[in-house]
Structures are given as C-alpha cells and as structure tokens.
Design a protein around this ligand. Structure first.
Ligand code: ADP
Ligand code: MG
Length: 398
C-alpha cells in the first residue's frame, strides 16, 4: 500500500507558517536528553522546510504532565536545544503554548526560522482534543504538518486538531513509517518471516492475527509461548501463562495450519525457579518443563531453529523479545535472534515495539536493520491493521 496522503512535497511552503506536530517525547535526566532518536527522526522534514523557506513552528508533548500548567522538569527546552545541537540551526524556544507569548513568538518569525513551543500537554484540554486548543494552534499556521508518528494513533488536540482548519500534510518520518509498516502486508518479498515475542498473548492478539494473514512463517517466543504450549497440551510449570487465552491461542494455531503458515514455537527453554536478578537458568525441552520452574528465555536448540528460518527470509518483521532480556542471564535468546536478523543482509528487516527496539539497541545492532520504528503503540496499531487517527485527518493525495 502506498502512502495515500499528501506530504510536504505536495504543498508550497515558501514563506508560509508551517505548524508541525513532532514527537519530541524524549527521555530526560537532569534536564538533558538521554536518547535523541526521536529528535533525529524529525530532522529530515525540518531541514526540508527550512531549505524551502518556511516559518517553522514545532510542537510536541513530553512525558505525562498533570495538565494544570507548566512543570519545569517536563519542559521541551532541552529537546529544542538538542535539535539546535544536532542541526547547527538556530532554534528559538518559547515557554508558552496557547497564550499571548506563544502568539507573539510566532508573529515574529521570518522565513527559515525555527520555533519550538512549550509542552502541549501543560494544558489538559490538549489530550481531550478540546476544539479551543485546535483553534488556537491552527491560528499559528498556514499549513499543518504531522510528523509525530509516535502519537499518530492518538486523537488529541495537537495531533488531529489543526487538520480541521488548515491544509494538512504528512512529514517524511510519518510517511516512511506508515509506508514501511503497511508495506509488509501489501506485497512483502517472500519468504516473509514474522517474529513475535514479549510477555502476553492477550496484548499481541491483533498483531498475531494480522501477521498470520500475511507471513509465510510466524516465529513465537517470549512469555506468550507458554500459553501456546498449553494449547498444545504441554504443561508449563510456573511460566507466565494466560489460561483465558489458551482457546484463542489454539484457534490461532489452527488458522495458521489452514492457511499453510508455518508456526515455530520453542523446542527448548531456559527455565528457573523464581523471577529475579539472581535467578539461575537451566535448559529443558518444551514438553518437559518441571512444575516448579518458569520459562525465562528460548533455549539453544530453539535459537538455531529460529536463526535458520530467519536466514531464509527476504522480509522480516520483529516485535517482542524472546525472553526476559532485561536480565543478562535470560537475554541470550533475544540476542541470538537479533544477530540472526542482522546477519541476513539481503532482507528487509523491520523492528517495532518499545522493548524490541531497546533490545536491538542494547546489542548494538540497530544500524544492521532496515527500519526501526520510532513508535511503539502506533506501530502496533498499524501492524494490527488499524488506521491511525492522525493520518486519517490529513488531506488525501490527488
Ligand atoms: P514490545 O515492547 O517490544 O512490544 P512487550 O512489551 O510485548 O514487547 O514485551 C516485553 C516484555 O516481555 C519484556 O519486559 C520481557 O521481560 C517480557 N518477557 C519476555 N519473555 C518473557 C518470559 N518468558 N516471561 C516473562 N516475561 C517475559
Ligand atoms: Mg513493551
């Protein structure tokens, strides 16, 4: 599926006030940005707008303010400073979002200027998509650009509001994310191998369901594997399990079989006697999990099985770690899968989901992947086959 909305390329921005919603929801420590991935991801569109003489007004949320006014530790100033540092551009910042001060700062802009507004969520009406918020924000711009992929699944004031009043187009990040994450369902190069892990079947049911419609092979790992084991009649000891989802897991296995989709489940597991940093692992086959043990990671035979399937792939989508990778002794399976994906240089590899991306970064393999999604929730909704409200609100391409 090609991207069906207008982008900044389709509209004349010269000398115009361009109000752009970005995702500068970055982690901060002592007022300093500790991971600038999201700021970097917004730069291509900002650069394009600057080179095309737009007056650029950037807005974002950061963290979870109460919404009753400014909270200095959640100011966007550090993100604005980071943008200046990364681009070498002068970046103005105003400690106001909806008031006279913000308006005056916007009015003072010259073509090519960049202004960052204060955290849109310092006013609780933003999250509620209050029409007043949309009107105020829209009054700052001649054109609205949405490039905040990470919040495009939220129908909030700064995400969908201005599109009601202004020509509304996508930025490059949004376009690329949507194109990539919907492309795997449209015409993936085959074989298409999907890898799904993480903790629960219940939180990934939409993802699993939709991937079975498209993938040739579905690899399952992580805590959710144990609910699938129950569906196959294995016992799982004290492993993470969702009894209410066993039937659904069984239906999914059946659906895959009917469609000729190959499902790979762990054949061995690293188990332990309690969940904790000091827990020690031992390897057992999947049909022999002792009743007092819990599965924490995939085992070595499984790593090999999965790596072999991954090596054959032309398209890979991966969401969810294979084990409790936050503890080093249970990170091996996730690392092995990450390395197998990285080693398959001829394929398109797409990684989505907060913890999966964190795992890939932890193993320093990010630059070996074709695309690492910047949106957790938004990427999952796309992979579930849902439309994103922020994208829906944009103008259709001609
Ligand atoms: P993502 O953020 O990539 O979508 P999830 O949030 O679904 O991934 O799952 C990540 C979490 O799953 C991690 O915190 C990890 O510790 C946990 N997890 C993985 N395997 C297991 C397991 N065997 N038992 C319990 N938790 C697990
Ligand atoms: Mg997660």
């Amino acid at each position: 599926m090609a991207f069906t909305k207008k982008t900044v390329r389709d509209i004349d921005v010269d000398g115009k006030r361009v109000l752009m919603r970005v995702d500068f929801n970055v982690p901060l420590k002592d007022g300093v940005v500790t991971d600038d991935t999201r700021v970097r991801a917004a730069i291509p569109t900002i650069k394009y707008l600057k080179e095309h003489n737009a007056k650029i007004i950037l807005m974002s949320h950061l963290g979870r303010p109460k919404g009753d006014g400014p909270e200095p530790e959640l100011s966007l100033k550090p993100a604005a400073d980071k943008l200046a540092e990364l681009t070498g551009y002068e970046v103005k910042f105003v400690d106001d979002t909806y008031g006279e001060k913000a308006k005056a700062a916007v009015d003072a802009l010259e073509p090519g200027d960049i202004l960052v507004l204060e955290n849109v969520r310092f006013d609780k009406r933003e999250k509620k998509n209050d029409p007043e918020i949309a009107k105020i924000l829209a009054s700052y711009g001649d054109i609205f650009v949405l490039d905040a992929f990470g919040t495009a699944h939220r129908a909030q004031g700064s995400v969908v509001g201005p599109a009601q009043y202004l020509p509304a187009v996508a930025g490059f990040l949004l376009e690329k994310e949507v194109d990539t994450l919907t492309g795997i369902f449209a015409e993936p190069e085959r074989p298409f191998v999907a890898i799904v892990g993480g903790s629960k079947v219940s939180s990934k049911i939409g993802v699993l369901d939709h991937l079975i419609d498209s993938a040739d092979t579905l690899i399952i790992g992580g805590g959710m594997a144990y609910t699938f084991f129950l569906a196959k009649g294995y016992t799982v000891g004290t492993s993470l399990q969702e009894p209410d989802w066993v039937e659904r897991a069984g239906e999914m296995l059946k659906k895959a079989e009917d469609k000729g989709v190959k499902i790979l489940l762990p054949v061995d597991n690293v188990v332990t006697d309690h969940f904790g940093e000091d827990a020690v692992g031992e390897v057992v086959d999947s049909d022999k999990i002792p009743e007092d043990r819990m599965g924490m990671d995939i085992g070595p035979k499984t790593e090999k099985l999965y790596a072999d399937a991954i090596a054959e792939a032309k398209t890979i989508f991966w969401n969810g770690p294979m084990g409790v990778f936050e503890m080093d002794q249970f990170a091996h399976g996730t690392q092995a899968v990450a390395e197998a994906v990285a080693a398959n240089e001829g394929c398109t590899s797409i990684i989505g989901g907060g913890d999966s991306v964190a795992a890939v970064n932890k193993f320093n393999l990010a630059d070996k992947m074709s695309w690492i999604s910047t949106g957790g929730g938004a990427s999952m909704e796309l992979v579930e086959g849902k439309a994103l409200p922020g994208v829906e609100a944009l103008n259709d391409a001609e």
